[in-house]
Design a protein around this ligand. Structure first.
Ligand code: GRF
Length: 212
């Protein structure tokens, strides 16, 4: 059975969604760059090993990433799952775990990489927004896409209500993506393309607002 390590920085709701479902893998540890990350407590309550590598203890990104890699490698994971991990990782770190480092981002990439995705989507007046699970590459928020979920943007949405609806979908697609990876049903080719044996389902377009 494959082993995963989950990296968090905060509340850990995506981590919790991963822990609450059968992923077909062993969650070896949850690691945070912040000792006060609420998600650490959730992991401990479930008997999962936790570790903290505090970014403030390191002079620069290289030193922090080296310490983080050491903490991760102690568990010898097959897959490293970023779940609200709020540090930009160095190219060296990302390349070391190429094809094994996965992230979830609260937008339909490649639109709205970076921060404040829901505010920016509302400002632009887009009708469809969502979330993306992708392989991490040195190009921030632009790695090969594994799965996306789309939601309608409603006329009375606030960043908070839109974030809640997107988060609900994050909690559905992240466990699905990690399960595929753990079962070897999805992988990254040497050319950087996602290889998947998943059946595509043509039809069921999301049109927002709906047609008459
Ligand atoms: C999520 O919206 C995720 O997409 C983004 O950071 C947020 C983390 O939330 N990368 P949580 O800690 O999983 O609740």
């Amino acid at each position: 059975m494959k082993k995963i390590v989950i990296l968090i920085s905060g509340r850990g709701s995506n981590m919790q969604a991963l822990l609450e479902t059968n992923l077909s893998c062993h969650v070896a540890a949850v690691i945070s760059n912040r000792a006060d990350a609420a998600g650490l407590q959730i992991a401990r309550q479930r008997g999962i090993a936790t570790a903290v590598v505090a970014h403030r203890d390191y002079a620069d990104r290289e030193a922090f990433d080296a310490a983080l890699a050491q903490a991760i490698d102690a568990y010898q994971p097959d897959i490293i799952v970023l779940a609200g991990f709020m540090r930009i990782l160095t190219t060296g770190f990302v390349n070391k775990y190429s094809g094994r480092l996965i992230n979830i981002h609260p937008s339909l990439l490649p639109a709205y990489g970076g921060m404040n995705t829901h505010e920016r989507a509302l400002q632009d007046g887009v009708k469809i927004h969502g979330c993306t699970v992708h392989f991490v590459t040195p190009d921030l928020d632009h790695g090969p896409i594994i799965i996306q979920a789309a939601v309608q943007v409603l006329s009375d949405d606030t960043p908070h209500t839109l974030a809640q609806r997107v988060l609900h979908e994050e909690h559905r697609i992240y466990p699905q993506a990690i399960r595929w990876l753990c079962r070897g049903q999805v992988s990254l080719s040497a050319e950087g393309k996602v290889i998947s044996d998943r059946l595509e389902q043509p039809g069921s377009p999301l049109i927002a607002p709906g047609l008459e």
